[in-house]
Design a protein around this ligand. Structure first.
Ligand code: MEV
Length: 318
């Protein structure tokens, strides 16, 4: 048996704009998805999920199907078999510390941890760059459209500056990033939200393209401020980024209310994180960490989100 784990993520800056080639800043967080894999004699894929409390069995022919339950797992196994040039009956057990469909990267963590575990089990482990690209392929096939941001965070860990098609850089930060995540607990589909922004852009390209370009400029400036430890400017930029995401139509009343609650409680800045439409918001808490956590905690599930430098890893095997 092989166990692999991968972290979730928060997008600090640049969600949605990154789908159109602008950069994104993403941080891997200390909440992980674990996938344990063992070979089966029968030629089937059996998947159990702790969160769903259920198991499903698929024939190995079904692995091409990028829809339905466990779609990220099925495609990750299919892609791993292709990469290894070998297939096998498998049992996978998945446990997750990440709420699903909430903007914290659980799908990417599932895809990357599954790839890692299955490739290791088949003796076909690959390097991080290849793994990140296989993870991105899984997300693309399932979602139709996806940037490499979430799968990069799940693979490498740390805080990353992601430029689609132009590489991924790991940032070295001055000091800690005191982040708090507020979860509306409203699940939503990244695929639908990405499609909604695409429709808006197609309807009003002259209006929407400059908004996307502005998010890119905010993200580049935020990188500089993060690297120089200018947290109050990072906060200002988060507030601007949230306004631009509202303009793209991906915030909700609840998300924006939480963003304002965090700011009123003294956060340096706050914004939605991930695709929006529900899911999570993110606050940069600064010195008033306790107050921000308490204020958010009255309205939603609020939790500190420490950045982890541990990307995907093998946890143990026998
Ligand atoms: C989802 O976590 C972030 C989006 O930018 C989509 C993507 O990058 O694939 C909304």
């Amino acid at each position: 048996m092989i166990v692999a784990s991968a972290p979730g993520k928060v997008i600090l800056f640049g969600e949605h704009a990154v789908v159109y080639g602008e950069p994104a800043l993403v941080g891997a967080i200390e909440r992980r998805v674990r996938v344990s894999a063992r070979r089966l004699k029968e030629g089937v894929l059996r998947v159990y999920s702790d969160a769903l409390g259920e198991g499903r069995e698929f024939s190995l022919d079904e692995l091409q199907d990028a829809g339905g339950a466990f779609r990220y797992v099925k495609r990750a196994v299919g892609v791993a078999f292709e990469e290894a040039g070998e297939s096998s009956g498998l049992e996978l057990r998945i446990s997750s510390e990440l709420p699903p469909a909430s903007g914290l990267g659980s799908s990417a963590a599932v895809a990357v941890a599954t790839l890692k575990a299955v490739l290791a089990l088949l003796g076909a482990d690959v390097g991080a760059e290849r793994l990140a690209s296989l993870g991105h392929r899984v997300e693309l096939e399932v979602q139709g459209s996806a940037s490499p941001t979430d799968t990069a965070a799940a693979t490498y860990g740390g805080v990353l500056f992601v430029r689609p098609g132009r590489g991924i850089e790991r940032l070295s930060l001055e000091g800690e990033l005191p982040l708090i995540v507020g979860n509306t607990r409203k699940e939503r589909s990244t695929k639908l939200l990405v499609a909604r922004v695409r429709e808006l852009r197609e309807a009003l390209p002259e209006v929407v393209d400059p908004i996307i370009g502005s998010i890119g400029r905010v993200t580049r400036e935020a990188r500089r401020c993060l690297e120089e430890g200018e947290l109050s400017r990072v906060g200002m930029l988060m507030n601007i980024n949230h306004g631009l995401l509202e303009a793209l139509g991906v915030s909700t009343e609840e998300l924006s209310r939480l963003v304002h609650i965090a700011r009123s409680a003294g956060a340096e800045g706050a914004k939605l994180t991930g695709a929006g439409g529900g899911g999570c918001m993110l606050a940069l808490a600064g010195e008033r960490h306790g107050r921000v956590l308490e204020a958010l905690g009255k309205r939603c599930e609020a939790m500190p989100a420490g950045v982890t430098f541990q990307g995907v890893r093998i946890e143990g095997g026998r």
